[in-house]
Design a protein around this ligand. Structure first.
Ligand SMILES: CC(C)(COP(=O)(O)OP(=O)(O)OC[C@H]1O[C@@H](n2cnc3c(N)ncnc32)[C@H](O)[C@@H]1OP(=O)(O)O)[C@@H](O)C(=O)NCCC(=O)NCCS
Length: 199
């Protein structure tokens, strides 16, 4: 009887349980090999298979110098799976770029994972002396970045797709000097739009 209940099946006259899903996510700079490997797999799933922008592999020379960030789902505080990623790199002087932002399809609009990856990307670059933080944003995502205090600098076509060159308003991204610990964000309760992310 307990086994059936744990499996999530409704018993006669009882309420069925929701299927299990992680509810806590740590957004951090990548430190472990498995995190980096899963982040590359997620990028291939999103940019090669889902979006078809690259064939086979999306890695390029920027990966040699970029800092990778990951969003890791946690169970009882223990890391479980990489569900999001982005990378940052210094371009020239104090100009930094963010790129390859991706969240697993099952976790989109779920716990502000993309928004928190953006927050740590910009805030950790800011701590390293970044004075200008830019990204070539796929045009369908411009409303997301505008809501996070980014400005449009130009419209452009990259890799055959419409993009916007956008710049973060650094005043909204105080320097983060603990990027290996990063931020924690939680699943949004259904119908609740307010942020629950915390440093
Ligand atoms: C873009 C992407 C990273 C967003 O990640 P996400 O985890 O779903 O985003 P979040 O949950 O943090 O979104 C934060 C808020 O922005 C909203 N939002 C998310 N994507 C949006 C979009 N494209 N347009 C408008 N609003 C958006 C969410 O609904 C949420 O709203 P709320 O504050 O009212 O709750 C994800 O959709 C993705 O991986 N897409 C495919 C790859 C891609 O497009 N990469 C970006 C290249 S520039």
């Amino acid at each position: 009887m307990f086994g059936e209940a744990i499996a999530g099946e409704a018993l006669d006259g009882e309420v069925g349980f929701e299927p299990y899903a992680p509810s806590e996510f740590r957004i951090k700079w990548t430190t472990l090999d498995w995190e980096a490997d899963e982040a590359y797999k997620l990028r291939r799933a999103v940019f090669c298979i889902e979006q078809g922008i690259f064939v086979g592999d999306d890695r390029d020379d920027i990966d040699m110098q970029a800092q990778q960030l990951v969003a890791v789902s946690c169970v009882a505080g223990m890391p479980e799976q990489v569900v999001g990623t982005v990378r940052i790199h210094r371009d020239e002087g104090n100009v930094w770029f963010g790129s390859r932002l991706a969240v697993h399809t099952a976790f989109r609009r779920h716990g502000k994972i993309g928004a928190t990856l953006i927050r740590l990307a910009v805030s950790s670059a800011h701590a390293l002396g970044c004075e200008t933080f830019l990204a070539h944003v796929q045009s369908q995502n411009v409303p997301l970045f505008r809501a996070l205090h980014w400005d449009v600098l130009a419209e452009e076509t990259l890799l055959g797709r419409p993009h916007h060159l956008m710049q973060a308003q650094l005043d909204w991204y105080p320097p983060c000097v603990t990027p290996y610990g990063g931020f924690v964000t939680h699943t949004q309760p259904r119908g609740l739009a307010s942020a629950r992310s915390a440093a």
